[in-house]
Design a protein around this ligand. Structure first.
Ligand code: ADP
Ligand code: UDP
Length: 238
C-alpha cells in the first residue's frame, strides 16, 4: 500500500490518503496536547508507543467482536486503517470519577460509578468539546438514532473487554473516549485507544499512568504508557 497525500493533521496524529480510496494511513506523532490544544509538547517515543498500543488494543477488541478500523501496522509509528465517515462525537464512559465530571458536578476524584456513566461530547476544540446528548445530535444531523444506539452498545462492550484486560495488569480503567465512523453503512470504531484518551490507575497505589501525568505535570509520561504496555505483555519497537 502506498501512502499519498496528507489529508489532515490533528493534534496528535496525521492522516494520509493511500492508493486505495477505502484505506488511510494514521501517523502517530510525538506531539502531546491538553486543555483543547492550549498545552503542547513533544514527547520522545510517544508516537511509536501509542501506535503499537493502539494496534494491540484494537486487535483485542476485534477478537471480542467489536468492528474496528485497524488493518495493520505500517511502521513503528504508522498504521493502515479503513477510511471512515467519522461522526463528530466523542463517546465517554467512566467507571471512576475523574477529570471534567468532577469539575462539572463538584464531585471528588476516585468515586466508583456503578453503573458506569455514558456521556457524549461534540468534537469541537473552539467550543471546548461541549457536552451533548442523542436528541441534540439527531436534531443537528450529526448522527442517526440507530447509529447512536450501536455506538452506545459498542462503547459499553469495549468497557467489559478492556476493564478485564487492564485488570490482568493490576490496572483500573477509570474512563475513556471513543470515536466511531461509518464504513459501508456500518458503525465501526475509529481513531485510537491509547493512554492519551483514557485514564489508567495502578489498582493498589492509584498511581496515574495516562495523559494526566502530562496534564498535571507529573513527568515520566511516556514511561507511564510503556509501563501499562509492559504489564499487558507488549514490547515496543522504536
Ligand atoms: P484531533 O482531530 O482531535 O486533533 P488527532 O490528532 O488524533 O485528533 O487526529 C486524527 C483525526 O483523524 C481525528 O479527527 C479523527 O476523528 C480522524 N480519524 C481517526 N480515525 C479515522 C478513520 N478511520 N477514518 C477517517 N478519519 C479518522
Ligand atoms: N478525552 C479525550 N479527548 C477529549 C476529551 C476527553 O481523549 O477531547 C478522554 C480523556 O483522556 C479521559 C476521558 O476522555 O480519559 C474523559 O475526559 P474528561 O471529560 O474528564 O475531560 P478532561 O478533563 O480529560 O479534559
Amino acid at each position: 500500500m502506498e501512502k499519498r497525500n496528507e489529508l489532515y493533521a490533528g493534534k496528535a496524529k496525521s492522516v494520509y490518503t493511500t492508493d486505495d480510496e477505502n484505506f488511510l494511513v494514521l501517523a502517530f506523532r510525538n506531539d502531546t496536547s491538553a486543555f483543547d490544544g492550549k498545552k503542547i509538547e513533544q514527547l520522545d517515543r510517544k508516537g511509536a508507543v501509542n501506535n503499537q498500543f493502539n494496534a494491540f488494543i484494537m486487535q483485542k477488541l476485534e477478537a471480542a467482536g467489536i468492528p474496528t478500523h485497524f488493518e495493520r501496522l505500517l511502521s513503528p509509528s504508522e498504521s493502515v486503517v479503513k477510511r471512515l465517515q467519522m461522526f463528530p462525537i466523542e463517546c465517554v464512559v467512566r467507571n471512576i470519577s475523574a477529570g471534567s465530571i468532577c469539575r462539572r458536578l463538584g464531585v471528588e476524584e476516585g468515586k466508583d460509578l456503578n453503573p458506569p456513566t455514558y456521556e457524549l461530547f461534540l468534537k469541537n476544540d473552539e467550543l471546548g468539546d461541549p457536552m451533548i446528548n442523542e436528541s441534540v445530535a439527531h436534531s443537528f444531523g450529526w448522527a442517526e438514532p440507530e447509529h447512536m444506539k450501536t455506538m452506545h452498545e459498542l462503547t459499553l462492550k469495549v468497557n467489559d473487554v478492556l476493564k478485564a484486560l487492564f485488570l490482568e495488569g493490576n490496572l483500573l480503567l477509570v474512563d475513556y473516549k471513543l470515536e466511531f465512523g461509518l464504513f459501508d453503512g456500518k458503525v465501526v470504531l475509529g481513531d485510537e485507544f491509547t493512554p492519551d484518551g483514557c485514564r489508567l490507575w495502578d489498582k493498589d497505589t492509584r498511581e496515574k499512568l495516562d495523559k494526566d501525568r502530562f496534564r498535571q505535570g507529573l513527568g515520566d509520561v511516556v514511561e507511564g504508557y510503556e509501563e501499562v504496555g509492559r504489564r499487558l505483555g507488549m514490547t515496543f519497537e522504536y
